[in-house]
Design a protein around this ligand. Structure first.
Ligand code: FPP
Length: 239
């Protein structure tokens, strides 16, 4: 099988990584940002043109305020510190998730990053921030319903492609491979619609320990998979 064009990652296990070292959770998130920096480089080197990362979910608001502040601070720091380098490397940055409930300073940083890197084509880094797939699908449904209510759309003409086009990921290809670290084996409201035919690889390592060898391991597992998209395998079709 060819290598994946779009890799999406659920970066899980920062808290447990820190705990196992007797460190505060914030240290785990800081180490997680370092792992993220390496992952962008390594995924790019692997030939994948798309990387989507689950940085902050719509459910993460239920964490303690201090941890939410840490995560917001780290996103700001990541964009401020790394944007120039990403831009130099031809990386286009964009965000998926609910923008309506984001603090104005974060929204401004994100929209500035998107504007600066809009013409870059070497690689795409999609940051799922304040993201929840159910929220994304509901917002898309509201949008299409409003068009129907305004008389611009016949509800019977709605197709899967139209719903795809109303999601935050409208012009982003579906992920080929979704990796989750830390041993948990669930999607946690990440890309529910887009993952219809994705391959899943669950790695036991905590996110801060995700390095080139972990990525290569996930890619080797992916290479062994037989993706059929609901059809039969080529050799079975001939028999
Ligand atoms: C899961 O670990 C990770 C997160 C909730 C956030 C991911 C964030 C980073 C990798 C760093 C921040 C990067 C940006 C760009 C904001 P967890 O806290 O759920 O770990 P646990 O399951 O072991 O408690």
């Amino acid at each position: 099988m060819t290598s994946p064009a779009h890799i999406a990652i659920i970066m899980d296990g920062n808290g447990r990584w820190a705990q196992s070292r007797g460190l505060p959770r914030s240290a785990g998130h800081r180490a997680g940002v370092e792992a993220l920096r390496q992952a962008v480089q390594n995924v790019g080197d692997s030939g994948a043109r798309w990387l989507t990362i689950y940085a902050f979910s719509s459910e993460n608001w239920s964490r303690p305020a201090s941890e939410i502040n840490d995560l917001m601070g780290l996103l700001k720091l990541f964009i401020r510190r790394d944007l120039a380098q990403l831009h130099r490397n031809g990386v286009r940055v964009r965000m998926i998730g609910n923008r309506d409930t984001l603090a104005p300073d974060i929204l401004e940083l994100i929209t500035d990053a998107e504007a600066l890197t809009r013409v870059n084509t070497a690689m795409n880094l999609v940051i799922a921030f304040n993201y929840g797939a159910r929220d994304e699908i509901v917002r898309a449904a509201r949008h299409l319903s409003q068009m129907a209510a305004d008389g611009h759309l016949d509800p019977h003409s709605i197709t899967p492609e139209m719903l795809s086009g109303a999601l935050d990921t409208a012009d982003i290809p579906d992920p080929d491979l979704i990796i989750r670290t830390s041993g948990e084996q669930r999607l946690s409201n990440f890309l529910l619609w887009q993952a219809a035919y994705s391959e899943f690889v669950f790695l036991p390592c905590f996110w801060p320990d995700f390095d080139r060898s972990q990525l290569d391991h996930a890619l080797a597992i992916y290479a062994d998979r037989d993706r059929r998209f609901g059809a039969v395998a080529a050799r079975e079709a001939l028999s």
